[in-house]
Design a protein around this ligand. Structure first.
Ligand SMILES: Cc1cc2nc3c(=O)[nH]c(=O)nc-3n(C[C@H](O)[C@H](O)[C@H](O)COP(=O)(O)OP(=O)(O)OC[C@H]3O[C@@H](n4cnc5c(N)ncnc54)[C@H](O)[C@@H]3O)c2cc1C
Length: 348
């Protein structure tokens, strides 16, 4: 296994649970050094009127990661199934209006119209309920906690400080290799003869965050997304934290916190949750009280994860799991378990 982000940790765990011994090589000293170092992540399903493959995969993904969290993480500390209010905003234009979900719909139990109380908590217009979706099974999760729990298995051997090139991995002589290098995957594959061009696109981004008073009642008791996102009341070593963002810079590979990205996050936040944005305006204007985190995720051309054998004819037993986009925490475990099954069948 190369890479110890959420993809690498999930595939290591899926294989270890099947009885494999797994060595995980990671260039940093500790796991979650890449995009998976994002301090908070929203877990939710992708909603589409035609229930497209990404929607189906994300529903399976939400179920899988939250079942693992329930068993291995501390609710309220590492994750919380607080629900997610999805605003149907996309810049200045509204997405197609969502129809009410009937009992025979695949969305039943997943998506509904928010209640008046939920809209009031978010400070939104009570008459605009049909412009929003309520995802009852949505959650926030701390990626580092999840990754540590995934790697915490007697058959997984983490080896930090190992920046491997393709030729070095080939020379190690492992019977099976899985690449989970996130946005570094293309560079790695460029040195590997017979590797396909996966046409991956790096997308740099930043979130803004800060601390807030425990008694703050102006924030909703759930996560909100749709045009940037907002999560609050997250316990950290320094106190309760809120998180807002993120930005998207397609094609960029540099991860640097900038005032411009803070400003972009605030502009989105003002549209997403005007009431909460007003509450935080002073804090947002005070550099000392505003924190940032940036990283680079990676997507594929069709926005689906890349979860497959690399080139079965020329590179037997080489696999890849990447392009988790902005939904890596939702997708990693379900994709990893499908890939582990493929690997097991391929090794018989
Ligand atoms: C600003 C921002 C906000 C986000 N918000 C959310 C969110 O709310 N919800 C959500 O689900 N997702 C979110 N994401 C996306 C999520 O972070 C990613 O989908 C996920 O972390 C990708 O995981 P990965 O394991 O594929 O890649 P990474 O986490 O990048 O892992 C790749 C690992 O490979 C290592 N590596 C690279 N090259 C080598 C080498 N040669 N040798 C050894 N090791 C190597 C790296 O150090 C790294 O640890 C966000 C991402 C960003 C940037």
């Amino acid at each position: 296994m190369v890479g110890a982000g959420v993809a690498g940790a999930a595939i290591a765990r899926a294989l270890a649970d099947k009885g494999w011994q797994v060595d995980v090589f990671e260039q940093a000293a500790t796991p979650a050094a890449g995009a998976s170092g994002v301090p908070i992540a929203v877990v939710s399903c992708h909603v589409s009127v035609d229930d497209n493959p990404l929607s189906q995969l994300t529903r399976a993904g939400v179920q899988r990661v939250l079942a693992f969290a329930e068993k291995h993480l501390v609710k309220g500390q590492d994750w919380l199934d607080c629900g997610v209010l999805e605003r149907r905003l996309d810049g200045h234009s509204k997405k197609k209006t969502w129809q009410a979900v009937t009992a025979d719909s695949v969305w039943h139990g997943w998506v509904s119209t928010p209640t008046a109380l939920q809209l009031a908590q978010a400070g939104l217009d009570l008459n605009a309920a049909h412009d929003q979706l309520w995802q009852a099974r949505g959650a926030w999760i701390k990626p580092l906690s999840l990754i540590q729990a995934l790697l915490n298995h007697p058959s997984i051997h983490f080896q930090g400080g190992q920046t491997l090139k393709a030729t070095e991995v080939a020379a190690l002589g492992y019977p099976t290799v899985v690449l989970a290098l996130g946005a570094h995957t293309s560079d790695f594959l460029a040195d590997l003869p017979h590797a396909p061009d996966l046409a991956l696109v790096p997308v740099a981004g930043q979130i803004s965050w800060g601390l807030h008073d425990a008694t703050n009642k102006a924030f909703p008791a759930f996560a909100v997304n749709g045009y940037g996102g907002f999560v609050n009341h997250v316990p950290t070593a320094e106190g309760w934290a809120w998180y807002s963002g993120a930005t998207f810079h397609r094609g960029q590979t540099g991860a640097k916190v900038t005032p411009q990205d803070h400003a972009e996050n605030y502009a989105k936040f003002q549209q997403l949750l005007p009431q909460a944005a007003r509450q935080l305006e002073a804090q947002w204007r005070t550099p000392d009280s505003l924190r940032g985190w940036s990283g680079v995720r990676c997507t594929s051309v069709n926005r689906m994860p890349v979860c497959r054998a690399l080139n079965p004819a020329k590179l037997p037993s080489w696999y890849v799991l990447t392009a988790l986009g902005s939904r890596g925490l939702t997708l990693a475990m379900v994709c990893a378990e499908r890939l582990a099954l493929e690997i097991e069948l391929g090794s018989d």
